[in-house]
Each structure stands twice: as structure tokens, then as C-alpha cells.
Design a protein around this ligand. Sequence first.
Ligand code: 3YE
Length: 218
Amino acid sequence: MTRIAGMAGNRGRNLLNIADRNPGGAELAVVLTNDADAPVLEAAAERGIPTEVVPLEDDMSRSEHEEAVLEALSEYDFELVCLDGYMRILSETFLSEAPTTLNVHPALLPAFPGMDAWGDALEEGVSVTGCTVHVVTDATDEDGSVVEEDVDAGPIVTQEPIPVYEGDDEETLKERVLYEGEFRAYPRAVKWFADGAVDVDLEAGEVTVENDVATVGD
Ligand code: 3YE
């Protein structure tokens, strides 16, 4: 059985959806946030999922914070990390110690990386956007500064297209991308990992999914 460490920023709706659906039998071992007020904490606790809060203290470096996150997670067994609205760029400090770490981004990468994927899609006037589940790869340089073009740039596991309708605003688009896109794509990616159907080759920057599994829908 695949156990997941979920890292969320706010409501963690993707993590809760995964917890409720157990794709491929996968289970949430723990939900971690940096924010003691994040609503996901109560929702996870209601489901009997342990929670951890690792605040970002003022004087903490990126590495120090990541060490604290690793320390909090060290009490749990997990084979996969799933980010869901986790608003931190991760460095090698975390990524070299953690198992494969996934993130879901609300656009069809490489289109519209960054913080406002919905607004960017609306501004560009595209008729289709979507979401992408990708492997999180290092996006910092040696002195810990963020390398913007390396964020949201890891190898792609799966994507889901979502139409943009006339009259959409960021809110309506965000909800459609979440409920119709992310709610399908993220559990699907987790199921493929749980099934042992995914091979991640970070050196080659590639994710390979067994064909017969990859073609099965939700
Ligand atoms: N880390 C790496 N690669 C990725 N994290 C996420 C995706 C992803 C990743 O592809 N290595 C906004 C976060 C961006 C930001 O700039 N955060 C600042 C701090 C802001 C704060 O704490 O107030 C920072 O320095 O981390 C997940 C999505 C990250 C979104």
C-alpha cells in the first residue's frame, strides 16, 4: 500500500479528495502545513489523518525550514509526497531526502507556469486550459535563490484539459479546473504510482507510465 505525505497550504481539497478516494489503495499518512490556521488541518483530523504544522519562522533559511519539515515527517512512513497548494519552492535539502514529490499545477504546463495560471489563461484568451501533475524538481541555485524558470518545470505525469467558457472569471475557472481537472488527474497520478506503473528518471528529466495503465481513465 502506498502511503502519502500531503503538504498543503490552505484547504487541501486535492489531498482530501485523494484521502476519500484511496486511488490504488493509497492512503494519507500525514498532512503537513506551514499555517496553524489552515482549514485542511481540521478536515484531515476529522478523517483520522495525523497532522503536522511547521511554521516558517522569521529567521529561518529555506534549508532550515525544510529540515524542520523533514524532521516532522520523519515519524511517518510514506513512499510519495503530494503537494497541494503548498506555497513554498522546495530545494535539494528536502528533495534529496524525500521520496518522489508531486505537485498539481492549474494549467497545461508548460503553458502558464507561476502563481496566477487562471488569470494568465483568461488574459491570453485560450479556449482550453487544464491542470498538470508533475514531479517536483529542484528550483534553487547553490546559494538557495529561486530559479524561476525551474519552478513548475519537472517531468509531467499526467494532464487534464478543461474548457474555458465565455463569461468565465478567475473564480469560475479555478473551480472548474479544480473539480473537473485536478480531482481527476491527481488521483489518477497517485493510482499509477500505487500500481507501480510509473518510472521517474530525474537525470533524464522523464516520467514513463506503463501504457496499459496510462490509457485507463479515472
Ligand atoms: N518547488 C520546486 N519545484 C516546483 N514548489 C511548488 C512547485 C515546485 C516547488 O516545481 N522546487 C511562491 C511559491 C510558488 C513563492 O515564491 N514562495 C516563496 C515564499 C513565499 C512565502 O512563503 O510567503 C518561496 O521562496 O518559496 C509548489 C508551488 C509553489 C508556488
